[in-house]
Design a protein around this ligand. Structure first.
Ligand SMILES: Cc1cc2nc3c(=O)[nH]c(=O)nc-3n(C[C@H](O)[C@H](O)[C@H](O)COP(=O)(O)OP(=O)(O)OC[C@H]3O[C@@H](n4cnc5c(N)ncnc54)[C@H](O)[C@@H]3O)c2cc1C
Length: 413
């Protein structure tokens, strides 16, 4: 940039600049501020209120909130609790995951809109004077000197903003500008599915736990959200044009077939604006860092919606990052080896979760979508039906993940 272009640019100095005020960025900001590190979080939107982006707060995240002393206050906010995840496969209902025996403070998944959770985190982070959240600040580029990332360039309604930092963290989601500008190599694991999301009202005599329904070429997920169901209809990758071509009436009929008790309300889908497309991506960075820069959360690894674990994995990344980097950040000596320790710690749960998701996408969802016949219970589900205690295994994988992280003492890192 020329001198002319940079004149009028506001410049901030901080220790850690976090790009993105999603679950990864807000939790990392809160934890680092609590551990005495000066932090600036840049978020491109003006608030956290957006379309449905996942509402699940899993037992591992509730545990983190408990360890921070914030759990009771969080659970005072409106939410629903799911103690089990049930599936109806070919008309047979089974419990796929039973959280009641988890060795965690909360043995349930809390359903709370992501924006409420992010508001809660930002309220608490703002208690720390060394935490600054800058909304409507969209990062467009990195500032680099001698091969080292030393900050970011953002645009704000008041003009350009440069933030110079010892460490820049890309927590800007699965379409990360930071990872793109840093030229980090992305490994695409592929996904044979997309998901159509919609809301349908809930009646008093409906079930009160989340449900996945699988039958005759259809997969339909229903998340209990109090007054309404947040529903996901799985389609083959790129199948949106075909679904639209068949028409909304045919789509409503498909839903009524897989979830007959919804037949009386599928008319609430008045046009295609009521149905949102999630293009499913599963990928991860080969290397999550460069000198002066680290990516975490979806920016480092976009997850499939299977298991609804993206938010929780992003938060676990943030906890590990704070535990590993707080001390070097305070000392002003963050090395590439420190950044690599974060990747080494989090690559195992990321790979394991993605492997499982890809297996389920290809071998279960792909097969259901590819067959119009009445579905027989696959053998793993027959096993779960025969030995219900086995549903504790998926509960552990979904609820706690492969490597749960814990809040270290304030001075650690
Ligand atoms: C429709 C849908 C349903 C989902 N359902 C679930 C679910 O039920 N459970 C679950 O666990 N996960 C779910 N997910 C996935 C989940 O939303 C993500 O895995 C999780 O939010 C990742 O957190 P993150 O903080 O890494 O990124 P994000 O939540 O994507 O946050 C990134 C933030 O960065 C901001 N940002 C982006 N670019 C810039 C920029 N250039 N400058 C400044 N700010 C920027 C964005 O505005 C955003 O606030 C769902 C996703 C979608 C799309």
């Amino acid at each position: 940039m020329s001198d002319e272009e940079t004149s009028g640019t506001e410049t901030l100095e901080t220790t850690c600049c976090i790009v993105g005020g999603g679950p990864a960025g807000m939790v990392l900001g809160l934890l680092l501020a609590r551990m005495g590190v000066d932090v600036v979080v840049l978020e491109k939107h003006g608030d956290f209120l957006r379309d449905f982006r996942g509402d699940t707060i899993h037992p591992s995240t509730l545990q983190v909130m408990h360890e921070l002393g914030l759990l009771d206050e969080l659970l005072k906010r409106p939410h629903q609790e799911a103690k089990r995840l049930n599936g109806v496969v070919g008309g047979v209902e089974i419990t796929v995951a039973d959280f009641s025996q988890l060795p965690t403070r909360c043995q349930f998944i809390a359903f709370m809109p992501k924006w409420d959770f992010l508001d809660f985190l930002s309220e608490h982070a703002k208690h720390y004077r060394n935490f600054r959240l800058w909304m409507k600040a969209e990062v467009k580029d990195l500032i680099e000197e001698d091969g080292q990332v030393v900050g970011v360039r953002a645009t704000t309604p008041d003009g350009p903003l440069d933030v110079r930092a010892r460490l820049t963290v890309g927590a800007d989601g699965r379409r990360s500008t930071v990872r793109d500008r840093a030229g980090l190599k992305v490994i695409d694991l592929g996904a044979p599915i997309d998901v159509l999301w919609m809301r349908l009202s809930r009646r008093a005599d409906d079930p009160d736990q989340p449900l996945g329904r699988f039958d005759q070429g259809r997969v339909f997920v229903m998340l209990f959200r109090g007054e309404y169901w947040q529903c996901g209809y799985v389609i083959a990758k790129g199948g949106i044009d075909e679904t639209r071509r068949k028409g909304l009436a045919a789509f409503r009929e498909d839903i009524a077939k897989v979830a007959p008790f919804m037949r009386d309300r599928v008319g609430e889908l008045r046009d295609w604006d009521d149905v949102k497309l999630l293009t499913v991506t599963v990928d991860r960075l080969e290397t999550w860092h460069r000198p002066g820069l680290l990516c975490i959360g979806d920016a480092a690894h976009a997850m499939s919606p299977i298991g609804g674990v993206g938010i929780n994995l992003a938060i676990q990344d943030a906890v590990a990052t704070a535990n590993i980097l707080a001390a070097p950040l305070r000392a002003g000596t963050v090395s590439s080896a420190d950044l690599d320790r974060v990747q080494k710690r989090r690559i195992f749960p990321t790979k394991m979760t993605q492997r499982l998701q890809v297996f389920l996408q290809d071998c279960v969802l792909g097969r259901v979508l590819g067959s119009s016949a009445k579905l027989n219970l696959p053998w793993p589900l027959r096993l779960l039906r025969r030995f219900p205690f086995l549903s504790r295994i998926p509960a552990r994988v979904i609820g706690m993940g492969f490597r749960p992280e814990h809040i270290g003492p304030r001075g650690s890192g």
